[in-house]
Design a protein. Structure first.
Lengths: 90, 323
C-alpha cells in the first residue's frame, strides 16, 4: 500500500523540508517504520514507547487514529495520512 | 415564559431545528429508516455563541467558591467567543476583563471585546491558541491578584454542558443516536458526552476539530503541544479533523439550503455530522444526529469566507483562527 503522508513543519528537518512524502505499509505502524527507513530519527518524535506521543495527532483520511485502532490502524492504497502537533482551540 | 430580569438569565434553552433538506433521508421509507440532522442553535444565546454557557457557569462557580468579588480583574486566553461571553458577564457583574488573544483573529471579535469593555493583550499568530494559553499563564503568575478562570481546565466549563446543553438536547431528541460538536477546549463534548452516555446507551459522541493553516502548528518542538486538561478521550466515539475548505463549503450549504447563517466552525461540525449520516445510510440504520451551531456568521464576514469561490475563501482563511 502506498500513501501520502503530510509532515508538519516541526518534523520537516527529517524530510529535507518536504511537506508531503510517500510511504508504504498496510498498518500505520508499518507506515511509520517505512518513514523511519527513509527519514532516520522521525519515529522517536512521533511515537513514545508503544503509543503515539501525547502531543502528536495522526489522522487517516481525517479521522484521529486514536479512535480507529491506534498504531494498528489499517491503511489502504490511496489513503491520506496527516501528522499534526496537538494545539489548543477555544 | 420568555421574560427575564437580566440578560444573563436569557441563557440556554436554545432551539433544536430539523434539517429536512440536508438530511439524507428525512422520512422512513422503502429505501430504509430515516437519517436526520438536527441543529442546536447556540447562536441564540446572549452574546451569540455557545460560549455564554461555560463563561457564565465559570464565573458563578468562582463567585460561589469565594474566588472573585466585584472590582476584581478576570484574565482569560481566548480566540474570541469565550472572551466575548466573559466580557459581557464581567460588564454586568462589575469585573474588569483582560483577554489574551492570538493576533490572527477576526476584526469583529476584537471590536466586540472592546465594546464590552475588555482589554486585549495580543499573542503572536505562530502557535495559535497555544501561545495565548502560555502567555496568559505567564501573566497570571506575574499578577496573582488577577483571576484566571481558565476554560481549558475548569470543570465548570464541562459542567455547563452537562447541566445545560446535554439535558436540553436529550429532552428535545430522546431518540438521539449521535451528538457532534466542536473540539476546542473540549468542554462541550466532555459535558454533553458524559450526560448522554449516562442516559442514552449506545449514543455516539463525535468530535470535529478545525485544521488550520501551517502557521498555527508552527511549534518549536513537540513538547510545546497542548491537550486541554478537561479532555478525556473515553468520552468520544470518534474525532475528525476538518480543513477550512470543507468547513466553508458546509457553512455555505447550511445557509443556502437550510437558511441557517452560521460561523465557520459550525461548517466543520456539519461536515463531520454529514459523514456520520452517510455511514448510517450505507448501513441501513436509523440515525438522529444532533450537532451544535456554535455561533452565527456575523463575526466572520470580514474573513472572506462568505463570498467568492471556495478556493478563494480557503486562501483567505489561511493563517486565520476561524473557529
Amino acid at each position: 500500500m502506498s500513501v501520502t503522508v503530510s509532515i508538519p513543519t516541526i518534523l520537516r528537518t527529517h524530510t529535507g523540508g518536504e511537506k508531503r512524502v510517500s510511504a508504504s505499509g498496510d498498518t500505520l505502524q508499518a507506515i511509520i517504520a517505512d518513514l523511519e527507513a527513509n527519514y532516520s530519527g522521525i519515529t522517536e518524535r512521533i511515537v513514545d514507547g508503544d503509543k503515539l506521543h501525547r502531543f502528536v495527532n495522526i489522522y487517516v483520511n481525517d479521522e484521529d487514529v486514536r479512535f480507529s485502532g491506534g498504531l494498528e490502524t489499517a491503511i489502504s492504497d490511496g489513503d491520506s495520512v496527516t501528522i499534526l502537533p496537538a494545539v489548543a482551540g477555544g | 415564559m420568555a421574560r427575564y430580569d437580566s440578560l444573563l438569565q436569557a441563557l440556554g434553552n436554545t432551539p433544536l431545528v430539523g434539517l429536512q433538506r440536508l438530511s439524507p433521508r428525512w422520512d422512513d421509507g422503502e429505501d430504509g429508516p430515516h437519517v436526520r440532522l438536527w441543529a442546536k442553535l447556540e447562536d441564540r444565546n446572549p452574546t451569540g455563541s455557545i460560549k455564554d454557557r461555560p463563561a457564565l457557569r465559570m464565573i458563578e462557580q468562582a463567585e460561589r467558591d469565594g474566588l472573585v468579588k466585584p472590582g476584581d480583574t478576570l484574565l482569560e486566553p481566548t480566540s474570541g467567543n469565550t472572551g466575548i461571553s466573559l466580557a459581557m458577564a464581567a460588564l454586568l457583574k462589575g469585573y474588569r476583563m483582560i483577554c489574551v488573544m492570538p493576533e490572527n483573529t477576526s476584526i469583529e471579535r476584537r471590536q466586540l471585546l472592546e465594546l464590552y469593555g475588555a482589554k486585549i493583550i495580543y499573542s503572536p499568530a505562530e502557535g495559535g491558541s497555544n501561545t495565548a494559553v502560555a502567555t496568559a499563564k505567564d501573566l497570571a503568575a506575574e499578577h496573582p491578584e488577577w483571576v484566571m478562570l481558565y476554560q481549558y481546565g475548569n470543570p465548570a466549563n464541562a459542567a455547563a454542558h452537562y447541566e445545560g446543553t446535554g439535558p436540553e438536547v436529550l429532552a428535545d431528541l430522546p431518540e438521539i443516536t449521535h451528538f457532534v460538536g466542536g473540539l476546542g477546549t473540549t468542554g462541550t463534548l466532555m459535558g454533553v458526552g458524559r450526560f448522554l452516555r449516562e442516559r442514552a446507551p449506545g449514543v455516539q459522541i463525535v468530535a470535529a476539530e478545525p485544521r488550520y493553516g501551517e502557521g498555527v502548528y508552527a511549534l518549536r518542538n513537540i513538547d510545546e503541544g497542548f491537550v486541554p486538561e478537561l479532555y478525556d478521550p473515553d468520552m468520544l466515539t470518534s474525532r475528525y479533523s476538518v480543513g477550512s475548505f470543507e468547513a466553508v463549503k458546509r457553512t455555505r450549504e447550511l445557509v443556502e439550503v437550510e437558511g441557517i447563517f452560521a460561523g465557520i466552525s459550525t461548517g466543520a461540525i456539519l461536515h463531520a455530522a454529514l459523514g456520520m449520516a452517510t455511514k448510517a445510510v450505507k448501513a441501513g440504520e436509523r440515525a438522529d444526529i444532533a450537532f451544535t451551531v456554535c455561533d452565527a456568521g456575523w463575526k466572520y464576514l470580514s474573513t472572506g469566507a462568505y463570498a467568492g469561490s471556495l478556493d478563494d475563501a480557503e486562501d483567505a482563511l489561511e493563517g486565520q483562527l476561524w473557529a
